[in-house]
Design a protein around this ligand. Structure first.
Ligand SMILES: [Mg+2]
Length: 337
């Protein structure tokens, strides 16, 4: 290992050490992390790729936003299970020019921040918000010369109350369907970004109010759903309501009916964005009709948007009620770039 590489790894380690360490007994620096899970809990694990030119573009997305969203996607999956995040692991592979700049700037720190530094800033900023430590990972130079791209693989380990993790398969006929926050905001902002990328250059300084760049995972909501025994099933809205609702229908063996008039469409978004736009990271969940679901959970608004029905042969899996009509709601895939 060269001196510069050592300086870079030391820097990442020093910054990661600043985060809360309650969930880990041994973090970065040993061969593997040792996690502390409480009695009565069971571990929950999720992994997600963030790929350049698939999930983000280096020319459009500030590195802080790429790092933030990389972790937000993992935290959102843990939230959808009703689990608390315990530790984060990141494997990052970057093109040679970014690796060189990172090592150079680490050696002359604090003069200027490299792309890699700023990526970690975004990721660790969100990790601090949820008091979850970066407990390990890897950093490598991507092969492929000029064609090399950034690839980040995040692993989030969580802990759920034993036997109480929220599954997609838990919904029953007659359950009411709810969603948190608003829908379509990320899709609407992505459309604006595609039209006028220059408008979003200062986005890393603002963060709030930019759902495409800095989505907020609903960790507190997921935990409250389990603690207060409110939900029967849950999934996070990562690929778009229509796609994720279909997963819930399939796993629960049910049909769903959504009322367009009840959908919390984000400001600037269309009904289509709310139905099919991806990247919202809200929670979609079901509850028994006898359960009183509060209008606000963990500081986030909750909206009733439809209900779950027994599955009948020859009928569509999802229906949309709009303008007094009932039509089939088809899942529409989420295209990135
Ligand atoms: Mg998910």
């Amino acid at each position: 290992m060269g001196e510069r590489e050592r300086a870079l790894l030391e820097r990442i380690r020093a910054r990661a050490a600043g985060a809360a360490r309650s969930g880990i007994r041994v973090g970065i620096g040993d061969d593997a992390a040792v996690l502390a899970v409480r009695r009565g809990e069971e571990p929950v694990v999720t992994t997600d790729f963030s790929l350049e030119d698939v999930h983000f573009r280096r020319a459009w997305h500030p590195p802080e936003a790429v790092g933030h969203k990389c972790l937000a996607r993992g935290l959102s999956d843990v939230a959808a299970m009703g689990a608390r995040p315990v530790a984060v692991f990141l494997s990052l592979s970057v093109p040679a020019e970014l690796a060189r700049a990172a090592k150079r700037k680490a050696a002359s720190w604090p003069q200027g921040l490299s792309w890699v530094d700023r990526f970690y800033d975004g990721l660790l900023g969100l990790a601090d918000e949820w008091q979850v430590p970066l407990a390990g990972g890897d950093l490598a130079q991507a092969p492929g010369g000029k064609d090399a791209r950034v690839a980040a693989d995040i692993v989030v380990v969580g802990a759920a109350e034993r036997g109480r993790a929220l599954l997609r398969a838990g919904a029953r006929a007659g359950d009411v369907l709810y969603v948190t926050g608003t829908l379509g905001g990320a899709a609407a902002e992505l459309r604006d970004l595609q039209r006028t990328p220059a408008r979003f250059r200062g986005v890393a300084e603002e963060k709030a109010g930019h759902p495409h760049f800095f989505p907020q995972p609903r960790v507190a909501v997921g935990l409250a759903l389990v603690r207060r025994r409110l939900a029967t099933a849950a999934i996070d809205v990562s690929d778009g309501l229509s796609v994720d609702l279909q997963h819930l229908c399939e796993e629960s063996g049910l049909q769903a009916e959504v009322d367009a008039a009840l959908l919390p469409v984000a400001a600037g978004a269309t009904l289509k964005d709310a139905l099919h736009g991806g990247d919202d990271y809200e929670l979609l969940f079901t509850a028994d009709p006898g359960t009183r679901v509060p209008r606000r959970i963990g500081g986030v608004r909750v909206h009733r948007i439809g209900r779950m029905l027994r599955r009948r042969a020859g009928r569509a899996q999802m229906m949309l009620i709009a303008d007094g009509r009932k039509d089939e709601l088809r899942p529409e895939g989420w295209e990135h770039f």
